[in-house]
Design a protein around this ligand. Sequence first.
Ligand SMILES: Cc1ncc(COP(=O)(O)O)c(C=O)c1O
Length: 410
Amino acid sequence: MTTRQHAQQLDEASTLAHTRDRFVLPPGVIYLDGNSLGAVPVGVAARLAQVVADEWGTGLIRSWNALPAGGGDWMGLSGRVAGRIAPLVGARGEDIHVGDSTSVSLFKMMVAAARLRPDRRVLVVEPSTFPTDGYIASGVADLLGLELRWCDPEDPLASVDDDVALLNLTQVNFRTGAMYDLAAITAGAQARGALVAWDLCHSTGAVPVDLTGAGADFAVGCTYKYLNGGPGSPAFTWVAPGLGARQPITGWMGHAAPFAMARDYQPAEGIGQWASGTHQVLALSALDTALEAFDGVTMDQVRAASLSLSDLFIRLLDERLPQLEIVTPRQHASRGSQVSFRHPQAYAVVQALIARGVIGDFRDPDIARFGLTPLYVSHTDVYDAVEHLVGVLDGEEHLRPEHQVRNAVT
Ligand SMILES: Cc1ncc(COP(=O)(O)O)c(C=O)c1O
């Protein structure tokens, strides 16, 4: 049987033990939901206060430009944040736009991709992906008169023929944590002449991603999960350099010269065209500081810590609760940074855990899901969480009426 002492030894050996202090975590809480909303990094509250008081309060409109005393330069903020995200996804900052939601970014990307392949009529999406990807693809297909084709999750390339304009996949599945081989699938789809777009919401900051090495075409991702940017923080879009893609929301901020106030639209060169409207300055400021939590940390370190945490979680479940069906792949190469299991009362089990201070979440229909953010989750957290889970199930705490009540957000 694996002991708590063993978990403590793993923590002592971890190269990321120091990064937990980069976050504000409430006492008495084991937070295993960073794959939904990351914890608050130290410094974010002060940065927001400073931006509000100094840049907005005192600088006022002048803060769109760089202030003589330092600060401001809100026009360059999205680009600076892009520069921080770039090394996490194997890309250059100048090929990344930060703004909008993931859903809006998916829309822009799918329309742009379809227009790059005007002779092809099909968008391929994987049916167990996060619903917004399918909803947006369906909307884009309607708008452009294309066909939406659902692929086999086990073999997405089987659906890619010479009528496919775009294969859109989420690298790490939000329910199970199963991970695709990004490079192999990219190469396979491109060999059939299709473009490939990756949704990296559950990958960025959790697993190493090399968009450049894989030669992918597009990627989007959110920043409020493993990047800890805060609720509703802006998404990012990466477009392969030289692809010549043009996004469809032709707003003034993507114009080559927004303040020329010209009548006719003239797209900015490069990634600048992917901006549509005014930058989300407060949210970008929070994200900018949040990303400092990755300073001096390599994605290989993050990956090693993540796999060590999920290995421990799976081993403890196997030992102590073998009746549970773990749906997260056991092979490292196919696993993201979470552990999920099925339970007929998964919602109530998660509620009972939350009542004990262990925060995970539930995904319909029967998945209990636990995100492992290596920057602040420890092996002892994992040990203690499983101990609580055993307590919940042994004591049938999930059967209590208060744990049956469905909240709007699960
Ligand atoms: C894979 C994936 N795509 C997209 C989204 C959400 O998109 P948006 O940022 O538009 O809410 C999520 C949210 O959890 C997600 O998991």
